[in-house]
Each structure stands twice: as C-alpha cells, then as structure tokens.
Ligand binder design. Structure first.
Ligand SMILES: [Zn+2]
Length: 84
C-alpha cells in the first residue's frame, strides 16, 4: 500500500484518528494517544505529514500499522484518509 499525495493530505485533514476515532490534530496521521504508543522515530514520521513526501508517510503509516498489529493485536484497517 502506497498513499498518493492526495491521500496524505486527506489523512492530514481528517479531524479523526483513522485508528481509534479520537480527535487528532490536523497535519498528523494519528491522534496523540495512538502516537504515544509508538517509538519516537515512528511518531515523528506521522506528524506534520503534509510537509513530508507521500512515500515517507506511506512507509511510516505501514510501519505503525505493523507495530500496532504486533504489539496490540489490533487488526483494524488503516486506509489512509479514505472518506467514510
Ligand atoms: Zn488514535
């Protein structure tokens, strides 16, 4: 899964976290609570995502999804910025 530039800015603009539905800050890929569970290097890659290139963000989102799967047994689908 690789996100397009458009999906990245869509994900940045959604006011809700794609993982847990809490409110998140515009510009970040995940809410503060989800990001707090990640190691710092992963967390940084998911902040201010419009300033990063789509490939970097895709890789970070994928890494985070894998991290959550492994560490929290969560198999939620993580589709970046898909409208619902
Ligand atoms: Zn969250």
């Amino acid at each position: 899964m690789t996100l397009t530039k458009e999906q990245v800015s869509g994900l940045a603009k959604t006011p809700r976290c794609p993982r847990c539905d809490l409110n998140k800050t515009i510009g970040n890929a995940l809410c503060r609570s989800c990001r707090a569970k990640l190691p710092e290097n992963m967390r940084l890659a998911l902040e201010r995502i419009p300033s990063k290139d789509a490939w970097t963000v895709s890789r970070a989102v994928r890494a985070a999804a894998r991290y959550f799967d492994v560490h929290f047994q969560s198999v939620r689908n993580f589709g970046g910025g898909r409208p619902r």
